[in-house]
Design a protein around this ligand. Structure first.
Ligand SMILES: [Zn+2]
Length: 348
């Protein structure tokens, strides 16, 4: 099995200003450039100055407002064959779009996330619409991840709290994976478990969790990146996604006002940890120490929707054993949502 991980990774202040240099270093002199909506106004000037000073040409440029696979195919036909890289600047939508376009055109992909609200900026999976239905499509990891911590720090705080939620919930995901091994014999890749645990440790043990500190923001971003790479190594989303993700997917489907992915997975991780038991203290400490709890108390989920999502969660993915597959687990999680003091503040 050949595993290809990102070759050029830069997570630091003012990284966007150096994008031309990074592309030139990677022999990517002609690029297809894709933007998330509204981001050209904020960053295009900086990018153009950087590209021009390094002699990089833009051979195609598009603002992305869709993740329809049919539209991605159409756009792929417009990209000149001489383009040496696909560059995605923005959030999950443009990055997922470009993961697939780079995958089908066999081009190097540079992802430049302007928010880190989940682990998708460096995962091998793209969430795309296929005939109006959302599907997870396998692609490759990006060739390069460039993260400007100044941009993350200036973005609305909800995004980084969502990123923290998608990170701390790996505790319950790993538990579910190991549980599935015990109950069904599902293969567990130990090395990917170690990667995720090490990434979690770096985040949870960071001494002063101050979002004004760019090094703390770098730690959050690099830890999320490592969990994406763990998926590639394991050949499955298991190291990054368990019962808490099933609840979040169900909540997305049935709620009239879904929250951000990582907010939902973080809250759901706390709920399922009550039934997993051995993960409970760790998840509880995580949500308190990084400020996730306080953010969600101020921006809670809908309790009724969350309870319905718990009931529907096991049906979200076939042949996916989690703690919710066990007898009475669903009722126990719901009981916890209704009775736990913190839970009652996170879902009202
Ligand atoms: Zn996730």
């Amino acid at each position: 099995m050949e595993i290809v991980v990102p070759e050029l990774v830069r997570i630091k202040p003012q990284a966007l200003q150096r994008i031309g240099k990074y592309l030139r270093t990677s022999d990517c002199n002609d690029i297809a450039l894709f933007w998330g909506e509204g981001l050209q106004d904020l960053f295009r000037k900086t990018v153009i100055v950087s590209l021009e000073s390094s002699g990089i040409s833009i051979v195609h440029e598009t603002v992305v407002d869709t993740t329809s696979i049919e539209e991605i195919f159409d756009t792929s036909l417009d990209i000149p064959s001489g383009a040496s890289a696909v560059v995605a600047i923005g959030g999950g939508q443009v990055i997922d779009y470009c993961k697939y376009i780079a995958f089908i055109l066999k081009k190097k992909l540079f992802t430049i996330p302007t928010i880190i609200s989940n682990d998708s900026f460096c995962s091998p999976v793209a969430s795309l619409y296929v005939k109006d239905k959302k599907r997870s499509i396998s692609t490759h990891l990006p060739f390069s991840v460039v993260i400007d911590t100044d941009i993350l720090q200036n973005a609305p705080r909800k995004y980084i709290y969502s990123g923290m939620g998608d990170l701390l919930c790996k505790t319950t995901a790993i538990y579910d994976w190991k549980l599935s091994y015990k109950k069904t014999g599902e293969y567990v890749n130990d090395f990917s478990v170690i990667i995720v645990r090490t990434a979690l440790d770096a985040f949870l043990n960071y001494p002063v969790k101050d979002l004004e500190n760019s090094d703390y923001v770098r730690t959050i971003a690099s830890s999320l990146m490592m969990t994406g790479i763990a998926m590639e190594i394991a050949g499955t989303s298991r190291p990054a996604s368990g019962s808490e993700h099933l609840i979040s997917h169900a909540y997305d489907k049935l709620s009239s006002s879904p929250s951000l992915h990582g907010i939902q997975t973080g809250v759901a991780a706390y709920a399922v940890s009550a039934v997993q038991k051995e993960t409970h203290n760790m998840v509880k400490e995580s949500i308190v120490s990084c400020g996730f709890l306080q953010y969600v108390q101020e921006n809670p989920l809908n309790r009724e929707d969350l309870i319905t999502a718990v009931r529907h969660a096991p049906s979200m993915k076939e042949n996916f054993y989690t703690v919710l597959s066990q007898a009475n687990a669903i009722e126990e999680v719901i009981e916890f949502i209704l009775s736990d003091d913190l839970m009652r503040e996170m879902a009202v």
